[in-house]
Design a binder for this molecule. Structure first.
Ligand code: PHE
Ligand code: ZN
Length: 876
């Protein structure tokens, strides 16, 4: 096998040939599908007349090749494992190919494959080349006409992008449908679905009065699980009109749910294909978190119709152009639809855990990478979530009105084109008349910037001097970092009054909340007329994706926890306060010293629990301790056992000390109302869950009864799952075993619920987990070929810090075995599953050696480009 080669952004060349029309005919068959393509091609006016034509094509059997309807002599073209090169072609011509492929053998789930008996496609980023020979790059955009031929009984439903224009019966029980999509699109947005599907239909009237038919296609048995996705879709369509002035542009919009899917969902033009886990919900089977996720993903894919499809990426280095912007849009939508502070808190908690870890590891890359070997490895938290943070900063820098004008300009100027990140930022600069040159560094520089802040109050002159120093640690391939433009939103809270003080900076009155701009390596901001000693509230609402260090005392944090006017920073204070206590306990554990609980944390929690409650969901977030993964991110070296022990100690100390308060909160929030995924109900359930978790941490007898009752009542999946998790994670097998058994039997028929059943039991802290994983891998409901199952069982196990990182290395070996097998079946999933092993440098010597050994073992295999690229980086 030849070594996979990297692609470089600096090598970008515009295509020499463009395809204006693409006509495809699929004659579907699991073992041998025939694909005929007829491409209308033109040479680019600026391209050399002798430029060769290159068409990507992989794993295809070529049966026929015609240029302007004449067969091409074998000497006229070259065919290798990457594609076809035709040396001499006219300035305009048609090229017709016929190929064969075998969907039933496609376990990589890229290109045309089968899932639960139906045919479906996944083309982003480079899957179309496994369907037909084609210039498979996003800057080639064509109008598609697609005919799908299938078996009338096995595949009564035949779908593709756009509108159906013709249908008919054929001999031998076959039938066909022809679809036309009038909007030119790159190949990665092509989609086809064929199978025995049922549909739920609804309608949406656009802002200009056009009627759009909305369809959600699912397997018959899932017809009762589409309401929430449909309602979310309609809300998203309206929101995009109201917030961004974007109207839908086809007569129908379809969503299809498939069981085997590598990612969450895909924005194919007019025919979004979804992982069934990202569409299907029902109060009995899906948790609040799942309901919210479905809403967010439905919106995300819909929003891509403009930010992604109408205006697309010039090349895959620009991936964050569509993903960063679209994630920002879906986050804003969810914030508007639900509780905005909770949405922000949850997004930031996740971001700081997972994206910061990526930035601190061997695969750290900038939002616009310079090179890659396998683009599917770059669908990352950096491209998506950090990309969204950067767009959010842009919005905050220029203000919503200029941002909206910039967005309008972008959609108008580049409609129907494939463009770059500079084009997007350029529109924002133009609309706002701001210089965003330094800001662009966010796109080029990898790593998490750190800000060291310190402040001094001068009583005599009534001045507060705030000094901010920034640095970005080295990342692989980027040793030298330049200062970034970092917007820091802040306030000064009067320590005596508890009020935000009016801010005067450089003689200018700024109100009680302002944004200061850090552009240099170090800057001092002098606030004048500061009447009393303040406690600074910094980086409000997480105004930039950075780590901010400030020497807060526990008293400062306890103060901000209740007095900060910024809800986000009240939560932040709760997390910082918990971290200070956790750090002491981690040190105590490492030094073998007796652990003592900081009573200030207990007092702060008591104050929270007994004060009048504004927003239950925010309160629940404040009562949650940082996760073990989040704590690990703040440590110079990760001590898995010390972190676990410290966190358990805090949970139990709080559980004992505040037993009655937690019980009161639990009881006050039990409800028998019919389930609805409303922000109020979700907040109530989440507060109730947090309280119960603390009580179960100390195995309080009354709490056990309540928990058992909550499980038995089966009121909704959110309550049931939480109760089951607490029972299964308790140390009492007489609680865990019967609950697991009952749940497993009740839901054996429901694949998505069984995923939860897998995850819950392999996340428990008890030592039997490794054996359990091995045993469950043989369970009839498990399959390595199904990405959701892999994530639910193996992915969840790799997040189980104490058990995955066992000191005998058995956790690592198990994961490596699975990676090796998946490397053959589904390279994309193999690479994702392997990620925790690549972070080996963060752990102690013994674990480092064990993890490295497993990476070396993987490296001995004949590797896919995906796993190869990751292993190379991890061991570099
Ligand atoms: N473009 C999809 C999204 O963000 C994600 C995706 C990428 C899905 C690649 C499948 C394959 O919405
Ligand atoms: Zn996306």
């Amino acid at each position: 096998m030849s070594k996979p080669q990297p692609v470089h952004l600096s090598d970008y060349q515009p295509p020499a040939y463009r395809v204006t029309h693409t006509e495809l005919t699929f004659d579907l068959d699991p073992a041998s599908t025939r694909v005929e393509a007829r491409l209308t091609i033109e040479r680019h006016p600026e391209a050399a007349p002798n430029a060769p034509l290159f068409l990507n094509g992989e794993q295809l059997t070529l049966e026929s090749l015609l240029l302007d309807d004449e067969p091409l002599a074998e000497s006229a073209y070259q065919h290798d494992d990457k594609g076809l090169t035709v040396a001499n072609v006219p300035a305009a011509f048609t090229l017709a190919t016929r190929v064969r492929l075998a969907p039933e053998e496609n376990t990589a789930l890229e290109g045309l494959y089968q899932s639960s008996g139906m045919f479906c496609t996944q083309c982003e980023a480079e899957g179309f080349r496994r369907i037909t020979f084609y210039p498979d790059r996003p800057d080639v955009m064509a109008v598609f006409r697609v005919t799908v031929i299938g078996d009338a009984t096995r595949e009564p439903v035949l779908l593709a992008n756009g509108n159906p224009v013709e249908r008919g019966e054929l001999e031998g029980g076959r039938h066909f449908v022809t679809w036309e999509d009038p909007h030119p699109k790159p190949a990665y947005l092509f989609a086809l679905v064929a199978g025995d599907l049922a549909c739920v239909e609804d309608h949406f009237t656009t802002m200009n009065g056009r009627e759009v038919t909305l369809q959600i296609w699912v397997e018959e048995e899932n017809l009762g699980k589409t309401d929430h996705a449909m309602a979310s879709l309609k809300r998203a369509m309206r929101w995009d009109e109201d917030s961004y002035g974007r109207e839908y542009d086809l007569d129908r919009f379809m969503i299809v749910a498939v069981n085997d899917f590598n990612m969450g969902a895909m924005e194919n033009k007019g025919l979004n294909i979804f992982n069934s886990a990202a569409v299907l919900t029902h109060p009995d089977t899906a948790t609040d978190a799942a309901f919210q996720q479905v809403e967010g993903i439905v919106a995300h894919e819909y929003f891509h119709n403009w930010s992604g499809n109408r205006v697309t990426c010039r090349d895959w280095f620009q991936l964050s152009l569509k993903e960063g912007f679209t994630v920002f849009r879906d986050q804003s939508f969810s914030a508007d639809t639900n509780s905005a502070p909770v949405k922000r808190i949850q997004d930031v908690a996740f971001f700081r855990t997972a994206q910061f870890a990526e930035d601190a590891g061997p695969t750290a890359h900038s939002i616009r990478p310079e090179h890659y070997i396998e683009i599917t490895n770059f669908y990352t938290l950096t491209i998506y979530e950090k990309g969204a943070e950067v767009v959010r900063m842009l919005k905050n820098l220029v203000g919503w009105e200029a941002f909206r004008r910039g967005s309008d300009l972008y959609f108008e100027r580049f409609d129907g084109q494939a463009v770059t990140i500079e084009d997007f930022v350029g529109c924002m600069a133009e609309a706002s008349q701001q210089d965003l040159t330094q800001f662009m560094r966010w796109y080029h520089q990898a790593g998490t910037p750190e800000i060291d802040a310190h402040g001094e109050y001068d009583y005599v002159n009534a001045e507060y001097r705030l000094t901010l120093r920034q640095r970005t640690p080295m990342t692989p391939g980027q040793t030298h970092k330049q200062p970034l433009h970092i917007p820091v939103r802040m306030g000064l809270v009067g320590t005596k009054s508890g009020h935000d003080l009016t801010l005067t900076l450089d003689g200018e009155k700024r109100g009680k909340d302002t944004v200061i701009h850090l552009r240099e390596a170090e800057q001092t901001f002098v606030f004048t007329d500061v009447a009393e000693a303040p406690t600074p509230s910094l980086l409000r609402n997480f105004s930039a994706p950075v780590k901010l260090h400030f020497p807060y005392s526990r008293e400062d944090l306890a103060f901000l926890l209740t007095e900060d006017s910024d809800g986000f920073n009240r939560w932040e204070a709760s997390q910082r306060l918990a971290m200070l206590a956790l750090n002491d306990l981690i040190a105590a554990h490492r030094n073998g010293v007796e652990k003592v609980m900081d009573t200030r944390v207990i007092d702060a929690y008591r104050a929270l629990l007994t004060a009048p409650v504004n927003d239950k969901a925010v309160l629940a977030e404040m009562l949650k301790l940082p996760s073990e993964a989040c704590i690990a991110e703040s440590q110079p070296l990760v001590d898995v056992d010390a972190i676990h022990a410290a966190r358990e100690f805090v949970r139990q100390s709080l559980g004992f000390a505040l037993r009655d308060e937690f019980m009161a909160v639990y009881t006050a929030n039990v409800s028998s109302k019919a389930y609805a995924p409303t922000p109020e109900q979700i907040g109530q359930r989440s507060l109730k869950s947090v309280a119960l978790a603390y009580l179960m941490a100390v195995e309080d007898e009354e709490a056990i009864e309540r928990c058992q009752a909550q499980f038995d009542a089966g009121h909704n999946m959110t309550d049931v799952r939480q109760a089951l998790t607490l029972l299964v994670h308790s140390s009492r097998d007489e609680l865990a075993a019967p609950a697991l058994k009952a749940f497993g039997e009740k839901w054996a028929h429901d694949s998505l619920v069984m995923d939860q059943w897998f995850s819950i039991q392999v996340s428990r802290p008890q030592e039997d987990v490794l054996e359990r994983v091995k045993y469950l891998m043989q369970h009839p409901a498990f399959s390595l070929k199904n990405p959701n199952k892999v994530r639910a069982l193996l992915g969840a196990f790799a997040q189980n810090r104490v058990n995955f990182h066992r000191l005998d290395g058995a956790g690592y070996a198990l994961l490596a075995d699975a990676v090796i097998e998946l490397n053959r079946l589904n390279p994309e999933i193999a690479a994702r599953l392997m990620t925790p092993l690549t972070r080996w440098r963060r752990f102690d010597d013994a674990r480092q050696a064990l993890m490295q050994a497993e990476l070396e073992r993987i490296k001995q295999e004949p590797l896919s480009a995906n796993v190869y690229e990751l292993v190379e980086k991890a061991l570099a």
